[in-house]
Design a protein around this ligand. Structure first.
Ligand code: NAP
Length: 242
């Protein structure tokens, strides 16, 4: 029988590529999306829509998931990536900005995982997409970085709580795939800050997911897939003048 996987944020970019990858491996894929799904129709694909920044909408999604057959894997991939306001936020804006990041990165994964309490197949595994900036502060993206840090810590708590039933691991991607509007100067600057001097591509994260879902010895781990950027950056932060 086919294995079943839930992927959040599967409508486009990495989540879409992950969904297509698992469909190619003959998995049944439940793909959550927010605004739009670019996934083609497929007999083994079902789609569920929810805005995970809105907890009421997440709870509606959870009700739908509770009627699903058990899962072999979940990838918490959905992400909110909004810079802090350059000129500062009003208190109300700050509350909304932080709440959106915390809801998408921590509240939604926690509620979804809780609602699947009795819906794991034997040998199941969960992967959480954090970021190398979960371990690095960044004043322009403080809501993003701090909520990814919370997501990572939550995931490691789940590795403890679900031990023996679900393995839980974290991937910290670095910049993996440039956007079309990233110009050459930006690309060269980013690549010059990494130890692997070329674009990694979504395939690097797919390989990491395959490994973490497959290796029954690995749980509670944090895996950087960043071309060495974390190490390179730390060197710069400690020793460079700028
Ligand atoms: N790309 C990179 O270089 C990179 C680097 C470090 C970490 N990561 C992490 O790797 C994962 C995948 O990267 P990515 O670039 O593909 O991420 P992304 O495009 O920023 O976001 C992934 C998905 O999250 C969904 N999403 C955004 N807001 C949402 C909301 N309120 N409710 C529900 N879903 C929402 C998006 O759907 P909509 O577009 O429809 O809103 C999108 O499909 C993310 O967790 C990201 O933080 C990526």
């Amino acid at each position: 029988m086919s294995k079943r996987i839930l992927i959040t944020g599967a409508g486009r970019r990495l989540g879409k590529v992950l969904a297509l990858h698992f469909l190619q491996q003959d998995w049944q894929v439940v793909g959550h999306y927010n605004t739009v799904s670019e996934l083609p129709d497929h007999d083994s694909l079902s789609l569920l829509q929810a805005n995970l920044a809105d907890t009421a909408d997440t709870l509606r999604l959870c009700q739908q998931l509770q009627h699903q057959p058990a899962f072999d894997a979940v990838i918490h991939n959905a992400s909110c990536f909004v810079p802090d306001a350059a000129g500062g936020h009003t208190p109300a804006e700050q509350a909304a900005h932080l709440t959106a990041h915390l809801n998408v990165h921590i509240v939604a994964p926690a509620l979804i995982t809780q609602c699947l309490e009795h819906q794991w197949n034997a040998g199941a595994a969960m992967v959480v997409l954090a970021d190398i900036y979960a371990d690095l502060p960044n004043q322009r993206f403080s809501a993003y970085c701090s909520s990814k840090a919370g997501l990572q810590n939550w995931a490691l708590s789940m590795a403890q709580r679900l031990a023996g039933r679900v393995r839980v691991n974290v991937i910290q991607p670095g910049p993996i795939q440039f956007l079309p509007d990233h110009d050459d100067a930006y690309r060269q600057r980013v690549l010059s800050q990494s130890l692997v001097p070329h674009e990694l591509g979504y395939g690097a994260i797919i390989k990491a997911c395959d490994y973490l879902l497959d290796n029954e010895a690995v749980t509670g781990s944090v895996m950087r897939v960043d071309g060495g950027r974390f190490v390179a950056n730390r060197y710069d932060q400690i020793f460079s003048a700028d």
